[in-house]
Design a protein around this ligand. Structure first.
Ligand code: FEO
Ligand code: CA
Ligand code: CA
Length: 698
């Protein structure tokens, strides 16, 4: 049986409370690291191991970089256009004494105030909270009388990823808000909750509070204030019991068939949706992350192959924290061994069609998906970047074999809904360019002044209309898709410090890979620091900048360097792209990221280890202020900053798990946000805008 952890304030990885670790990640940090492969880390790999083609291509990338005076990338428009695009972005980011354009605000100081703190001259409102009714017939929120039926028509718990999509002509003041509801914390939802004996009603409320939410929001015409539109025809909730379809190469495989679904194509529910992405064809993507924690009794397995698979995916013995297996046998591995294989995918939702069945896109592989942010190649094929958020796990990309069709015709739309079913899934392997001896695990820069090097995308499997082909010896294509972690182990992918959100810059094409922390880096028996993960016992995380060369459909090489090594700027181990460290905000545990209309990267944090609450930060990625990091807001006690979006006139954040402090309960709240003393703590979405009506940060 898995041991329950006592509710005491032991230091948790990333500074999170024990409560957050247990309910959000199923105590991932307390379990053995699931990746016990002996894959190389960066320091092991010599440059000669790269294919000559990749080397040449990478060299070409680096040459372009040197010529442009910036980190190289070859993105949309080819090398020439990128060089020009890079300069344009540089010019846009060059700022006045107040900061880069888009980042001209007075930085918020680190603090522990139990509220959302924004810069002077900015105001905020709560857009929507857990429990706010959004569907016809849903009652007003009453935590003392909550029912599963009520929750299914209300905004879910623990909002994470956010998307805002336009509603089109005539509706300029309305947008479609799409939110992930990552997980439930029953201690903070139910009075007198008994974790050992949850009731059926409590479990069914939790099922209804998980999943996705779609709600139309209305803008105030004078400000960035947003309010939700109740009962809009597009409003929708998808929960742990809604119908989802498996699509792509693993759909219908024996590995995903269950007694309730012998066809292996129809799944009830989506779970633990963390970050996500918005596609150029108007859908949203949602990463199913720590899904292992919902499945009980991994110790029932005896077949060594199944045992290894369950272990690699972190499925543990005994009962689960929420005890769902008592109420639905599909959460019991002993009774439904394949149900777990139907979670851990990227979900694609069409928010404009409330009748549509969302798809789990199996061509994008199965792991602890953090997010999935696409862009298009020069010839119009989507490329999706994805992180597997686990210590020592990998990051991936998927390159579609099909081109997006432009236009809004039904035929174009239907075609575009197949883009993520055919293509090649790759995993990243990185090589450092400095001698291994110069990477000493403290974060001290090597003699060349950069943590940097080259990398290779290693293909795992390719799906076409005629079927799927594995590129991994000893694994079928279906096995590669369903047990992607094991496929990546076999090809020697690089073990990273918890890959979270990954986003390509729409301005420069450079890709930003957020690595949040890794308490185990360098521990005995674990991979030591390497050039891409240069600190042992890494508490604060880093952001890697990747310059890619993907106009060539066969492209598999890239150049990389660390853009940010997070922490207190007074700590010599930190690095802010070379920007003077006395002019930046401290930052710890970067997690979700987004770009503003000026090309600045905005970073939300999860688990500040510097004594402040989590926050949202903006940083210029190009120009003379590149690396100047400024804090824009902080969130209430116990909360994580999630789902950031930056539009011209507003910043949107999802305040997740406020008050989730060890020992907290409904009777013993540890935060009074958002509604003040005496009211139940509620995760909620917040909009921030300038009081003078001007654009953000200009
Ligand atoms: Fe849900 Fe990786 O954070
Ligand atoms: Ca170097
Ligand atoms: Ca996250």
């Amino acid at each position: 049986m898995r041991k329950l952890l006592p509710l005491i304030s032991t230091p948790h990885a990333g500074g999170r409370s024990a409560l957050t670790c247990r309910y959000r990640c199923g105590d991932a940090c307390f379990h053995e690291v699931p990746n016990t492969s002996d894959n190389e880390y960066v320091g092991d790999v010599i440059a000669g191991a790269l294919s000559r083609r990749a080397m040449l291509r990478t060299a070409a990338v680096v040459t372009v970089a040197a010529a442009a005076g910036t980190t190289a990338v070859v993105g949309r428009g080819g090398a020439q256009a990128v060089a020009a695009g890079g300069h344009a972005a540089d010019a846009a980011a060059t700022g006045s004494a107040l900061g880069a354009r888009g980042l001209r605000f007075a930085a918020v100081a680190p603090n522990t105030d139990d509220k959302v703190t924004v810069p002077g001259g900015y105001d905020q409102n709560v857009v929507i909270r857990w429990g706010d009714p959004i569907l016809r017939g849903a009652p007003a929120f009453d935590p003392k009388k909550q029912t599963a039926a009520a929750q299914a028509g209300q905004f879910g718990y623990n909002n994470d990823f956010l998307a805002l999509l336009p509603l089109g002509s005539g509706y300029e003041r309305q947008q479609v808000l799409v939110a992930n509801h990552e997980y439930t914390d029953e201690n903070l939802m139910f009075e007198k909750y008994d974790p050992q004996n949850p009731t059926r009603e409590q479990v069914e409320i939790a099922w209804a509070a998980h999943g996705l939410g779609v709600v139309v929001v209305q803008e105030d015409h004078r400000s960035g204030k947003l309010t939700s539109v109740r009962r809009h025809e597009l409003n929708r909730r998808l929960t742990a019991t809604s119908e989802f379809r498996l699509a792509g190469p693993a759909a219908g495989s024996d590995l995903v068939k269950t007694s309730a679904d012998p066809s292996g194509t129809t799944v009830l529910g989506t779970l633990n949706n963390c970050s996500g992405g918005t596609t150029p064809w108007g859908t949203t993507l949602h990463g199913e992350e720590n899904v292992n924690q919902y499945f009980a009794n991994a110790d029932s397995a005896t077949d060594p192959v199944q045992v290894a698979r369950l272990k690699r995916y972190g499925i543990t013995p005994g009962a689960t924290e929420r005890k769902w297996e008592r109420f639905d046998k599909r959460f019991d591995v002993a009774q439904e061994p394949n149900e777990v294989n139907r979670f851990g995918w990227v979900v694609e939702l069409d928010p404009y069609d409330p009748q549509s069945t969302p798809r789990k896109r199996t061509a994008l592989g199965r792991f602890k998906h953090e997010g999935a942010q696409p862009r298009l190649t020069e010839d119009g094929r989507p490329v999706v970047y994805m992180g597997d958020d686990e210590r020592f796990d990998y990051f991936y990309k998927f390159v579609s074999g099909k081109r997006m069709k432009k236009g809004t015709s039904r035929a174009a739309h239907e075609h575009n809904l197949t883009l993520l079913d055919e293509g090649t899934l790759y995993v990243a392997k990185l090589t450092g360019d400095s001698p291994a001896a110069e990477i000493d695990g403290t974060g001290k820069l090597p003699a060349d002044g950069w943590f940097d090097g080259t990398g290779q995308w290693i293909p795992l499997a390719t799906a076409t209309a005629d079927g799927a082909v594995s590129h991994v010896e000893g694994m079928t294509a279906e096995e590669v898709y369903v047990f992607t972690r094991q496929a990546a182990d076999k090809v020697g992918a690089t073990k990273m410090d918890r890959p979270e959100d990954i986003e390509p810059s729409p301005r420069t094409g450079r890709v930003y890979v957020v690595l949040t922390n890794n308490s185990n880096r360098g521990l005995p028996g674990k991979a030591p620091a390497d050039e891409a993960n240069p600190r042992n016992a890494n508490k604060h995380g880093q952001i890697l900048e990747l310059a890619e060369h993907f106009d060539d459909p066969s492209s598999d090489g890239f150049a990389w360097r660390l853009f940010l090594v997070a922490g207190d700027p007074n700590d010599p181990a930190t690095f802010f792209a070379g920007f003077p460290k006395d002019k930046v905000s401290p930052i710890s545990c970067p997690d979700n990221v987004t770009f503003d209309p000026h090309g600045n990267l905005w970073i939300s944090t999860d688990g500040n280890q510097l004594g402040s609450h989590d926050g949202l930060f903006g940083v210029a990625t190009a120009g003379e202020r590149r690396g100047e990091l400024k804090q824009f807001l902080t969130v209430p006690r116990g909360a994580e900053t999630c789902g950031p979006l930056v539009q011209d006139r507003r910043v949107l954040v999802a305040v997740q798990h406020p008050g989730e402090i060890d020992g907290a309960s409904v009777e013993n709240p540890q935060s009074v946000w958002p509604d003040g003393p005496g009211k139940i703590v509620r995760p909620a979405v917040v909009s921030v805008w300038r009081t003078d009506g001007k654009n953000i940060g200009v």
